[in-house]
Design a protein around this ligand. Structure first.
Ligand SMILES: [Zn+2]
Length: 304
């Protein structure tokens, strides 16, 4: 495991490992009724150039292998989102269970991630922005995406596919018809290509969780389209209290050595949801106070 995680001061890492994780362990925060849902994007060296470690969306194959093998050796087993929700409803213990998710549908899932998942006996859900998935490989902004042939092959081998919208849209900026198109047409497309139902949706970009009206509207729209559950970028492990269409997740990338991954899985990173929520709430409030109408921040048209 490389030591790169120590080369940059990273407040979330330090606060997690030396304050919140020890506290979480002390108070028994690591509940057997919560499930870590891990978010990966690309399994590659450096897809989008230099960004802050927190925002990096690639994980080199060697680091991914270390993370998966550590999980396997610790006795963790994958479940899917439906099984996690079923555990919440029935009260069945979810200890040592986790959900693996991959957003965007990068081709390196097929070439680099899947062979390792097979070795470890893990399953995963991949969320596709369907405009980027074609019959032949498509390169968008320097990244290669899965083809439908690869998607079908992966599905036949047990990988689950969900929707990540059609165009990877910021749904909050759209009107009702466009939202219906993004969540409906993407589902329909994957279902036609696979001949299987699509049950899950991954919200693209940051979920505007501070906007309760939007969240309720979108949850209803997803339900009406036939979705059963979904995930978001809200930080934390998923718990029975969470809205089933926007379950929180734990983002993982190159910078997650085993020490940080363990802390995340065991609840030591859940605290970060509060600063995340406060940042969104403050941003939303400042926009309102600055005199921008709700239309301008992309909300009113879906409230009526
Ligand atoms: Zn995405």
């Amino acid at each position: 495991m490389p030591l790169r995680a120590f080369q940059l001061p990273r407040i979330d890492r330090l606060a997690t490992l030396y304050a919140f994780y020890p506290i979480a362990k002390l108070i028994g925060w690591s509940s057997r009724y919560s499930v870590p849902i891990l978010t990966y994007h690309s399994i590659s060296e450096n897809l989008f150039g230099k960004v802050h470690p927190y925002h990096q969306i690639n994980t080199p194959a060697s680091v991914f292998a270390t993370q998966m093998k550590w999980l396997r050796n610790e006795g963790y087993r994958t479940i899917d989102l439906g099984e996690a929700l079923d555990g919440f409803e029935t009260g069945r213990s979810l200890a040592k269970r986790f959900v693996l998710t991959f957003d965007d549908g990068y081709e390196d899932f097929y070439t680099d991630a899947f062979p390792l998942l097979l070795q470890c006996g893990f399953s995963a859900t991949v969320f596709l922005a369907t405009d980027r998935i074609r019959d032949s490989a498509v390169r968008v902004e320097g990244a290669d995406y899965l083809t439908w042939r690869e998607v079908r092959e992966l599905h036949a081998q047990g990988i689950t596919f969900g929707s990540h919208s059609v165009t990877h849209a910021d749904l909050r900026s759209l009107g009702p018809d466009q939202i219906d198109y993004e969540i409906g047409y993407s589902k329909e497309t994957i279902e036609q290509k696979l001949g299987a139902s699509v049950e899950s949706f991954s919200y693209p970009f940051a979920l505007p969780e501070e906007d309760g009206d939007f969240i309720r509207y979108l949850a209803d729209a997803l339900q009406n389209m036939g979705y059963l559950h979904g995930v978001s970028s809200t930080i934390g492990r998923a718990m029975p209290k969470d809205e089933r269409y926007f379950l929180p997740r734990l983002s993982v990338n190159s910078w997650d050595d085993v020490e940080l991954l363990r802390a995340k899985i065991e609840g030591g990173y859940d605290w970060l949801h509060w600063p995340q929520w406060f940042y969104k709430f403050a941003h939303h409030s400042v926009a309102l106070m600055a005199g921008r109408s709700l239309d301008q921040i992309g909300s009113r048209e879906i409230r009526s």
